[in-house]
Design a protein around this ligand. Structure first.
Ligand SMILES: [Zn+2]
Length: 168
């Protein structure tokens, strides 16, 4: 069980398409333990495996309302509401940066639990946003890809600071 270094914007691993997980043995359990320890340390709401340098389709997300930690493997969005909501969104890979991002208000996600059980979850509001954000990480998509040119310009200096100290 280890707290891992969070990969920041500019790291190659954040742009890769992660691979499906096919076995639920010790290696997968270790990834989830590392994700959990690292998330607890940082106080974030969600963390995807690529953010700790692991290019596999796994993420965790904390549901504040239900005080529940979801651990998902090979997640797929099977439904997203047409209704969208704009909110400020951050990412542990972009410390201290926030972008206004429009996301569906509710989603249904299917996948597997960390122990390999099939699961389908309906999420709304902040949890839906978190699921969508983490699933994008598994395809190499980052919050900056949603940002307007004005937002990118506003944050340029901070973005440069982040990318300049990236350890690959
Ligand atoms: Zn993120």
């Amino acid at each position: 069980m280890t707290v891992k270094r969070i990969r920041r914007y500019g790291s190659d691993v954040l742009r890769r398409k992660s691979k499906e997980i096919t076995d639920f043995g010790k290696k997968t359990q270790d990834i989830f333990r590392d994700l959990e320890q690292t998330l607890i340390k940082t106080g974030g709401l969600g963390l995807a495996a690529p953010q700790i340098g692991v290019s596999l389709r796994a993420f965790i997300a904390f549901d504040r309302d239900r005080r529940k930690l979801f651990k998902l493997v090979n997640p797929e969005i099977i439904h997203a509401s047409d209704n969208e909501e704009i909110d400020m969104e951050g990412c542990l890979s972009f410390p201290e940066i926030f972008f206004a991002i429009s996301r569906p208000k509710s989603v249904i996600v299917k996948g597997f639990t960390s122990s390999g059980r099939k699961i389908e979850i309906r999420a709304e509001g902040l949890l839906a946003r978190c699921f969508l954000h983490e699933i994008e990480h598994l395809d190499g998509i980052l919050i900056i890809d949603h940002a307007s040119p004005q937002e990118k310009e506003f944050w340029q200096e901070r973005l440069n600071q982040i990318t300049s100290c990236v350890k690959k």
